[in-house]
Design a protein around this ligand. Structure first.
Ligand code: BES
Ligand code: ZN
Ligand code: ZN
Length: 493
């Protein structure tokens, strides 16, 4: 898609189609022109309601408000509805009357790129999204003249963030036989080459040397060897250092604690955290943000076999803690334990985050569309919440740790058990397990993000397609942008 900003009035722009957003059902707005035809079509302008008037060459879509998350979702739904049509160009007017509102423009452009996404690598007939050229009118609105440069920056950043999200979606959607740990390492190497990142890949021999025996145990029954991937964006004179660790289970069968068939389907998406790390590194380097960003991915496949690790095994993590395995399906935390230890040893970061499709319990607790954010650092947790809900358009909510749930991870024979002894609070106990592997320096700088819900949903929702959403990419990008501006802890405007 090409985006062209102009100060021309919307009616003076030539395009095959005009897209009009109806805000909060306000059909009286001057942008709404075809009142009769809309009435005939029964269009009310409710949120994400779409009405395509072929004769008039207009596409109307409702948005609950002018806030960027609503605009982003609405415009994505509108663009998605154009699949199969022949419109090659479109024009759209903005509703911007304040300099801070370039956020609306960013949401609009992101929504278009995210809504146009489809995964058709394995389809004989490829999708037919013909829309290529979009002209956006930033004519004076309510007497407010927009700064062209800041509008252009908003569009560029939108393209970078949305492209990175789609890049992550492609990786997550790739079937497990075509995307295994070595494939993820190859993707990382290519990204490093294209975007001038540093890249280190650890092979099993090196993992053994690093004492990452817990990760190696999870990987043992797979014919695909594990890899730990370390990517870094290192600008000159960085303002801060951020580390992001991602769970990259290219397949999670559950291991010997085998998943029931219905629950195994979609487990190719267990690499979503690691795939998000790749997308984030792509975006921060495309934007050339003045922050040093390190991404670590534990790329592993959890399978069954005579060689598989077992419930009852006791594993020794990289930091020397012993772990009693009682369920081989709680493998993500085992992999992350070692990768978190390795990441903290490699880099003393100002902020540390991990992203993982860690628990079904998180999906049960907060639903499919929301991530669970937790940790001992209120600051780090708030940074994620502030960057997600209000600006990135991704939903996230806080889940609280407590000492009683912490006790449920006690083991009779080892330092800690890999599952809790209570049925409830599974997302929190998984987070508290990870907290055991955070060192003194990072404990007040770390937050864990459980993306098990939003990472992969089998229906479209807002700007997200059926399948992988690229969860975490836009949130972390916004967080890093905020740190680069020095307002990471502040509330969003
Ligand atoms: N990868 C799963 C979690 C998951 C579930 C992600 C559903 C996305 C959708 C994870 O490895 C897992 O299996 N967790 C177990 C933990 C349990 C054994 C304590 C779970 O959530 O059931
Ligand atoms: Zn599992
Ligand atoms: Zn898993």
């Amino acid at each position: 898609m090409n985006f062209n900003l102009t100060r021309e009035k919307i009616d003076e722009i030539k395009a095959k189609l005009e897209i009009i957003i109806v805000i909060n059902g306000d059909m009286k707005h001057r942008f709404v022109k075809d009142k009769k035809a809309l009435k005939r079509a029964g269009f009310k302008g409710s949120h994400e309601e779409v009405c395509l008037l072929h004769k008039e060459r207009k596409l109307y879509v409702g948005s609950e408000s002018i806030k960027s998350p609503d605009i982003r979702a609405a415009i994505a739904v509108a663009i998605r509805s154009l699949k199969g049509t022949n419109y090659k160009s479109a024009k759209i007017a903005t509703y911007i009357n304040h300099h801070k509102c370039t956020e609306v423009l960013r949401g609009m452009v992101e929504g278009m790129i995210l809504g146009a996404y489809s995964y058709d690598r394995y389809k004989s007939k490829k999708s037919t999204q013909k829309l290529k050229d979009i002209t956006i009118s930033i004519e004076e609105y309510h007497g407010y003249e927009l700064n062209l440069e800041s509008c252009q920056r908003a569009v560029t950043n939108a393209i970078i963030g949305a492209d990175a999200t789609n890049y992550t979606r492609d990786i997550v959607n790739t079937p497990p036989d075509d995307c295994y740990p070595l494939s993820m390492a190859k993707i990382a190497k290519k990204l490093a080459k294209d975007n001038n990142l540093s890249c280190t890949i650890l092979t099993p021999k090196e993992l053994k040397k690093e004492k990452m025996d817990t990760l190696l145990a999870v990987a043992r029954a797979s014919r695909h060897e594990p890899r730990v991937i370390h990517l870094a964006h290192k600008p000159k004179n960085p303002k801060a250092t951020i580390t992001i660790v991602g769970k990259g289970l290219t397949y999670d069968s559950g291991g010997l604690s085998l998943k029931p068939s219905d629950f195994m389907v979609t487990m190719k998406a267990d690499k979503s955290g690691g795939s998000a790390v790749l997308g984030i590194l792509k975006a921060v380097s495309d934007m050339n943000l003045p922050i040093e960003v390190h991404g670590f991915i534990g790329a592993v496949e959890n399978m069954i076999g005579g060689d598989a690790y077992k419930p009852d095994d006791v594993l020794v993590a990289k930091n020397g803690k012993t772990i009693e395995v009682r369920n081989t399906d709680a493998e993500g935390r085992l992999v992350l334990a070692d990768v978190l230890c390795y990441a903290q040893e490699q880099v003393k970061a100002d902020y540390l985050f991990d992203m993982a499709t860690l628990t079904g319990a998180c999906v049960v607790g907060v639903g499919h569309y929301t991530s669970g954010v937790m940790g001992n650092s209120k600051m780090a947790v708030d940074m994620v919440l502030n960057a997600s809900n209000k600006i990135s358009g991704e939903m996230a909510t806080k889940l609280e740790f407590n000492r009683y749930l912490g006790k449920s991870l006690k083991s009779e024979i080892a330092d800690i058990c890999n599952i809790s002894n209570t049925r409830y609070g599974g997302a929190v106990t998984a987070g508290m397990f990870l907290a055991e592997f955070i060192d003194e320096h990072h404990k007040d700088r770390w937050a864990h993000i459980d993306i098990a819900g939003p990472a992969f949903v089998e229906h479209t929702w807002g700007e997200n397609p059926s399948g992988a959403s690229g969860a975490g990419v836009r949130t972390m990008l916004r967080l890093i942008e905020k740190v680069s501006r020095g307002d990471a802890h502040g509330q969003t405007k």
